[in-house]
Ligand binder design. Structure first.
Ligand SMILES: Cc1ncc(COP(=O)(O)O)c(C=O)c1O
Length: 456
């Protein structure tokens, strides 16, 4: 059994110093089995090490913030060069121009861009711009997509909304993904009030008639994603109702397609938000979109001024340098080919094991090949957190951290083979536990819990 003695001691202290013992809720103790590394010491490529010297294959990559892998030399060198020219200036720096120019040329959705440091900076900026542009109050969020921002317009709509005042909550409404009728109903009920719709262009839903082979869609780029051309119809409805369409590409951007998942399906929003892996682990996020909306944040119009985004560290050079280096390197190595094909191999290996162990009722791989997810379920298909905990405890014991899956350029066939061996052990463990009907006793500590819950 792996020892986590040192890590647990530090983690205990950390909880006394920092609420939740973590700076991101999804990295918290309630999100992982008790028998997992509490504190990470360092990481390189596809691996990380904890404070007790245990080594893991890391499929989580922080909160999905890497696309080339940990400690990528090309990106790190660009960041180091930026440091040597100082990291913040009294007027806009040359990198602000270079990254903006690059982005506007590179992303078809980008007529103008504005940079932030975290994803929430730019999703909240997109919402504020939409309200200012339309003069409307309501924000419509996709109910199946778990997270858009740390700010109250979104957090107010979750179960963890203590501290958010009522007036913040009342203007956020919801619609269902792949259900155009739910969108129509919403536009009828809130006629003339909806400033924007925000959603991830794609999550775990496969296109209609998906046959396990993404190639034809990828090549033609013509087939629309979603049931009954959901995205295209959503686009049309937003245009018809004068509502701003925002695609949150924080997870899907770069990963599905380097220019954004929407570019793959050729359905273009008014505003798009990027973050996470776009700068391979450094702090950078980007709002991109139509000039007529974006320019409201600027100096050359006679409308009311919009405080869209203004941050002391917004123009900090390291994140900017990392972003441009990451995008160029991703193009050079043809990142999408690598990620889609690695994901396909992972899925095929996973399915083979499921068949071999005959556990298909209880463990599934959902989502597209470039962004798959392992889910433990009861036989009725509903999520089974206790089984998920038991499974991951075993996989972690075998040296693989895979709470969510972020395929990077650093993940190769070597890591894939080792991971499949660990997944096999995990499946064998849950099979035994199910046969003996003692899931709750098959792991240490508590089962993992949802982040957005009312009470601890
Ligand atoms: C889809 C999506 N949008 C926005 C965010 C917010 O990004 P950040 O945590 O960088 O503020 C996240 C973070 O997990 C996300 O997954």
């Amino acid at each position: 059994m792996k020892s986590y003695k040192k890590g647990r001691e530090i983690s205990k202290e950390l909880h006394n110093l920092v609420p939740g013992g973590s700076h991101t809720y999804s990295k918290g103790d309630d999100q992982f089995p008790f028998a997992s590394p509490p504190i990470i010491s360092h990481a390189d490529g596809a691996y990380c090490w904890d404070m007790d010297g245990n080594k893991f294959i890391d499929w989580a990559m922080g909160n999905r913030v890497f696309i080339l892998g940990h400690n990528n030399k090309v990106v790190n060198n660009a960041a180091k060069d930026a440091i040597d020219r100082s990291t913040n200036y009294t007027r806009p720096g040359i990198l602000e121009y270079e990254v903006a120019k690059f982005a506007v040329d590179f992303f078809p959705v980008a007529e103008m861009v504005k940079f932030g440091k975290n994803g929430s900076d730019v999703t909240t900026a997109a919402v504020k711009l939409s309200r200012a542009f339309t003069g409307r109050t309501h924000v419509a969020v996709c109910k199946q997509h778990p997270f858009f921002s740390i700010h109250d317009w979104f957090i107010g709509s979750t179960n963890m909304n203590s501290g958010v005042i009522e007036s913040e909550k009342q203007y956020t409404i919801g619609f269902d993904y792949n259900d155009i009728d739910s969108v129509n109903r919403m536009f009828d009920e809130y006629e003339g009030k909806i400033a924007c719709l925000i959603l991830e262009p794609v999550k775990n839903d496969l296109p209609l008639n998906y046959d396990g082979n993404f190639e034809p869609i990828y090549k033609n780029g013509k087939i629309n994603h979603g049931k009954d051309n959901f995205l295209t119809r959503l686009r049309d409805l937003c245009t018809k109702n004068g509502t701003v369409l925002i695609f949150d590409e924080m997870i899907s951007g770069i990963r599905f397609d380097i220019r954004g998942a929407h570019h793959l399906w050729e359905v273009y929003p008014d505003l798009a938000t990027y973050g996470k892996c776009i700068s391979n682990g450094f702090c950078f996020s980007m709002l991109a979109g139509k000039k007529e909306i974006m320019r409201l944040g600027g100096l050359d119009h006679d409308k009311e001024r919009v405080f869209v985004l203004s941050q002391t560290h917004g123009s900090e050079t390291v994140g900017l340098a990392a972003a441009i280096a990451t995008l160029k390197e991703c193009e050079r190595v043809k990142i999408n080919e690598h990620i889609w094909s690695m994901g396909k191999k992972l899925r095929e290996g996973f399915l083979k094991l499921v068949e071999q162990e005959n556990v298909g009722e209880y463990i599934k791989m959902i989502g597209f090949d470039c962004n798959p997810q392992i889910l433990c379920t009861k036989s009725d298909g509903s999520y089974w957190p206790e089984l998920q905990t038991s499974f991951h405890e075993e996989v972690i014991e075998c040296g693989v951290l895979i709470p969510w899956i972020t395929i990077t350029y650093a993940h190769t066939d070597v890591e894939l083979e080792l991971t499949l061996k660990a997944l096999e052990k995990g499946m064998q463990k849950i099979k035994r536990a199910i046969a003996m009907d003692n899931i709750e006793d098959s792991y240490q500590g508590d089962a993992v819990k949802p982040v957005f819950r009312k009470y601890n």
